[in-house]
Each structure stands twice: as structure tokens, then as C-alpha cells.
Design a protein around this ligand. Structure first.
Ligand SMILES: N[C@@H](CCC(=O)N[C@@H](CS)C(=O)NCC(=O)O)C(=O)O
Length: 199
């Protein structure tokens, strides 16, 4: 299988981390989004949204959306338990990630780290801070009650939220105020075959 991605994108790194945790063989094809490489006619034919990550399973089988890719690849492993309520809880956190976390923390990080904080996006960067802290506060509350987001066991929900939370400082979010999140980050980093994001 082929993964089209950029290792420094949190959405793509989620898949890279899962590949490592589950020892899944794959080919990684780098896509330079700042150069428009995800909007070429050839790429748009594979994924009309023009976004990465994109998983290619065969010539006519593609899967986009990082969290859908994670659950597909983890099916049958401990990271995606078979119990349907557990699966729904995982998805609950993944929808939270996409709607209440990523649009604040990942976008603030993009403006700061990828774009170098251009003047025309500074106001947007600062406007993202409240929403990002709200999401972190919700995670902190949950992680004070259990070691992982859905309970005692690490699942793809944790990988989904780990992607951008562990680099939240690059979006201006200081994690010192969130001790349970910091503990949770360390637990994930202790997993066998954990792979760090490239600098
Ligand atoms: N909801 C998607 C978001 C994917 C996404 O926003 N990808 C960014 C990189 S992190 C991208 O490809 N941006 C290029 C573009 O939109 O042109 C997911 O979780 O996979």
C-alpha cells in the first residue's frame, strides 16, 4: 500500500505512527502541499479534495481522511477493539478532534510553523487560542479519569488526538497547565515501536 503524505503534518503523522506501532509495511510518497502537489490533476484524480493523507490500496481503491485511514488499518488489532460501543467511543473522540481540536490547534500551528506567522494571519492565529484551550481542557478532564481517552487501553482515538496535541506548543499552546495530558503523552511515547514526528 502507498501513503501519500508529509511527515510534518499531524494528520499524516497519525498514520505514520500507526504504521510503526502495528509494523505495517508500506511505501511513503512525500507530497509537498506548499508547492501545490496535492492539487495536480494526477493527485486530484486520486483524491478530489486535494488533501493528504491519502492511502492507495490499489489502482482503484483510495481512502482519505486520517481518522478513517487509522480505523481501517487498525481493524482487528487492540488499537481498534471489536466491541461496537468502544468503536463508537473512539469515533466520538475522532469527530471531536476534527471539529473542536484540529481547526484550532493544527491551524494555529500551520500559521506559525509552516507559514512563519505572516502579518495577514496574525489575528487569526490569536483567535484560534481560545478554541484550542477549550479542546485541551476537555481532554484534560477526561484524562484525569482514565489513562487513555476511551478508558484503560490505548486506541486509535489516542493516536488521532496525539497527532496535533503533542506539537501544540508550535501553535502557541503551553501544555504546562494540563498535567493529565502531559502524562498521557508520555504513556503513548512509551508504547513499543513508538515513532517520533520528524523535526
Ligand atoms: N480532515 C482531513 C484533513 C486533511 C488536511 O487538512 N490535510 C492538509 C495537510 S495537514 C492538506 O492536505 N492541505 C493541503 C490543501 O488543503 O491544499 C484529515 O483528517 O485527513
Amino acid at each position: 500500500m502507498i501513503l501519500y503524505g508529509d511527515s510534518q503534518s499531524g494528520n499524516c503523522y497519525k498514520i505514520k505512527l500507526l504504521f510503526s506501532l502495528l509494523n505495517i509495511e508500506h511505501q511513503w510518497v512525500h507530497v509537498d502541499i506548499l508547492n501545490g502537489d496535492s492539487h495536480t490533476p494526477a493527485f486530484l484524480q486520486k483524491n478530489p479534495t486535494g488533501k493528504i493523507p491519502l492511502l492507495e490500496l490499489s489502482d482503484d481503491q483510495y481512502l482519505s481522511e486520517s481518522n478513517a485511514i487509522l480505523n481501517y488499518l487498525a481493524a482487528g488489532s487492540e488499537l481498534y477493539p471489536q466491541d461496537t460501543f468502544q468503536q463508537a467511543l473512539i469515533q466520538q473522540w475522532q469527530f471531536f478532534e476534527q471539529y473542536s481540536h484540529e481547526p484550532y490547534i493544527a491551524v494555529a500551528r500551520f500559521i506559525n510553523k509552516y507559514q512563519g506567522m505572516p502579518d495577514e494571519r496574525k489575528a487569526e492565529f490569536y483567535n484560534k487560542q481560545d478554541g484550542g484551550h477549550k479542546a485541551l481542557h476537555i481532554m484534560e478532564q477526561q484524562l484525569q479519569t482514565a489513562p487513555f481517552l476511551t478508558g484503560e487501553q490505548m486506541t486509535t482515538a489516542d493516536i488521532s488526538l496525539y497527532g496535533y496535541t503533542h506539537v501544540a506548543d508550535e501553535g502557541g499552546f503551553d501544555l504546562k497547565k494540563y498535567p493529565a495530558i502531559k502524562q498521557w503523552l508520555l504513556k503513548i511515547e512509551e508504547a513499543p515501536d513508538y515513532l517520533a514526528m520528524e523535526d
